[in-house]
Design a protein around this ligand. Structure first.
Ligand code: NI
Length: 137
């Protein structure tokens, strides 16, 4: 089994500026200000507190990848992202261990273009895998 390291918790929000301000009022620091992900049609920013990195994700249009999830879950955490030492190996490991791929490895503009992929498990819900920082692909 490949090594997985928790990178961030993905947190759905309806209004990203309001959410960012409210997290700041709780003592979070902005680690990356809002970036538009044109592949997924979402705004994303990263806030951090006590070593925990939280990714705020907000749909920009009704056909974004998270619009349906936001209707279902409202403002709430919905995935844990794991940094991998090899994305392809980790992806293969998880799919052979009962996880179902939701998409294919795709660059994430909010994470310096590093590739990410989402999978789901009937036991724990959605997980995200992140390619290592120095990957050149
Ligand atoms: Ni994420």
């Amino acid at each position: 089994m490949t090594t997985l390291k928790i990178h961030h918790i993905g947190y759905l929000v309806k209004k990203i500026e309001k959410a960012k301000n409210t997290f700041e009022s709780l003592g979070y620091l902005i680690r990356q200000d809002t970036v538009y992900d044109d592949i997924r049609k979402v705004n994303i920013c990263f806030v951090e507190k006590d070593g925990y990195l939280i990714e705020l994700i907000s749909p920009v249009s009704d056909d974004s990848v998270v619009s349906g999830l936001l209707k279902k879950y409202k403002n709430s955490p919905y995935h844990i992202c794991y940094e991998t030492d090899n994305l392809e190996t980790a992806f293969a490991d998880l799919t052979s261990n009962g996880f179902t791929a939701i998409d294919t490895p795709t660059p994430a503009p909010a994470l310096d273009g590093r590739k990410v992929v989402f999978l789901t498990s009937s036991a724990i819900g959605m997980v995200e895998l992140l390619a290592p920082a120095q990957a050149s692909s």
